[in-house]
Design a protein around this ligand. Sequence first.
Ligand code: UDP
Ligand code: MG
Length: 312
Amino acid sequence: MKKLSVIVPCYNEAEVLPAFYDEITKVLDSLYGYSVELLFVNDGSRDETQNIIESFATRDERVKYISFSRNFGKEAAMLAGLENCTGDYAGFIDADLQHSPDLIPEMLKAVDEDGYDIAACRRVDREGEAKLKSFLSDGFYKIVNSITDTHIDDGAQDYRIMNRNVIDSILSIKENVRFTKGIFSWVGFNTKWFPHHNRERAAGETKWSLVKLLKYAIDGIIGYTSTPLRFPLYTGILSLIAGFVYTVVLIITAIVSGGSLALGVAAVIDAVVIVGGLILLSIGIAGEYLSRIYTEVKGRPKYLVAKTNCKK
Ligand code: UDP
Ligand code: MG
């Protein structure tokens, strides 16, 4: 019998977990011919999340859990799930019921019977999402896609099911600062897309603050492309050309006006501020990459497990 592992990253989801468990087990119970593993990854929650998961585990042997020593982020939680799952197929689903579990049977059929490697959901609307978040996220994908070769689908969600080959491919990527959406698109494979209407969060609130999202976006861009590193090169060339033209203009003006050059102090200050800004920005970009190299070289574990019932 083939096995499906459903990986659920959870961070302070105590309010919604009981409803989630009811809904997902209804769907999982209806899957005939498959064995199932429901793998909760508790990403350092400070509420009752861990106790609730353990209470599921005592009455349902399909329930497995990995509990982190602190909050390592959703990316680390998804990685831990993939590293510890035992299924022939593995899927991610959010704990907040924004991803409707009803789609699982269809997605499973796509990878098991229809020959796809991945069945993934694509958001068709942004209902239940803050306007500012939609706006910023649109901008982010536009930037990423205009400076990288691989296309990251704007609406692509983490809600997906993949086969063993894809799981192992993702696990073969060892980098520390992980941007899963980029990794999904980088590994490729034959993907069937399912249109998916975002539901409202069933309970609790989003774990993504604007600052967290901004950090995520920077991680995404830096981790995914080295194009920004060329920024100093391009602006340097432009600045040199501009400087050269300006010199010629100055010389001509000097000749025409008979040698007396009235240089506006304001113009000088302006130039200093602009060039200073460009230099700082360039150093900043290089610094971002340097810090990523530093993190990778240290080679720290991507997460630490405090408690688990996974045997692997
Ligand atoms: N999550 C996590 N670690 C974090 C933040 C979020 O494991 O540091 C989980 C969270 O419990 C949920 C999923 O990731 O199951 C999506 O988070 P959320 O619903 O807060 O994000 P949104 O849907 O608002 O993008
Ligand atoms: Mg959510």
